[in-house]
Design a protein around this ligand. Structure first.
Ligand SMILES: [Zn+2]
Ligand SMILES: [Zn+2]
Length: 174
């Protein structure tokens, strides 16, 4: 979904959009979109600066970093974003670098704002650093791969299979 900025001016205009089934591509193999995004936005444009505020609701799922079970993550955000046209370098707009964080500044090109991209960025920001099914998740046994939340295996003290160990390490590091 592309937002044509020419349709907006200095009077706030409502922009609502609900994605249809399969329309939103999350473009992240570690995530699944469980509920199509719904945006209820207000858009104001002053010359080249576009301000987008309003709500974004969706739901994604990701694997628990320890036990790999799918964890549902509701996303319900209030946005307030400023878009400027892409510039060749920050040198052309020296003030931008300083205010970057404060303004929640993003960039658009070719007079359109890619709503899909906006949503993908916001989802990434909303995700926890590490997805866990619960804080005390016990993860998978590094010896036999058993889900230690569900069963107690008898591997304690046994030699760890190097393959599982490597996998468990990978999982732990994600
Ligand atoms: Zn878990
Ligand atoms: Zn085990």
């Amino acid at each position: 979904m592309l937002i044509d900025i020419a349709e907006f001016d200095n009077r706030a205009k409502r922009f609502r959009y609900s994605y249809g089934p399969g329309e939103f591509n999350i473009q992240d193999e570690s995530l699944i979109c469980r509920r199509e995004p719904v945006c209820d936005l207000s858009i104001v444009r002053k010359h080249e600066e576009v301000r987008i505020s309003g709500s974004l609701v969706t739901e994604v799922s990701a694997s628990c970093a320890r036990c790999l079970i799918a964890v549902s993550i509701p996303v319900d955000l209030q946005l307030d974003l400023i878009y400027h046209p892409v510039v060749e370098s920050f040198a052309e707009e020296p003030d931008l670098e300083l205010s970057y964080q404060d303004l929640n500044l993003s960039y658009y090109a070719n007079d359109v704002i890619d709503l899909d991209e906006l949503i993908r960025e916001q989802i990434q920001l909303a995700l926890p650093v590490r997805v866990l099914c619960r804080e005390e998740c016990r993860g998978l046994c590094p010896v036999c791969g058993a889900d230690r939340n569900r069963e107690t295996c008898s591997c304690a003290g046994k030699q760890i299979d190097p393959l599982w160990e490597a996998l468990a390490k990978l999982i732990e590091e994600r």
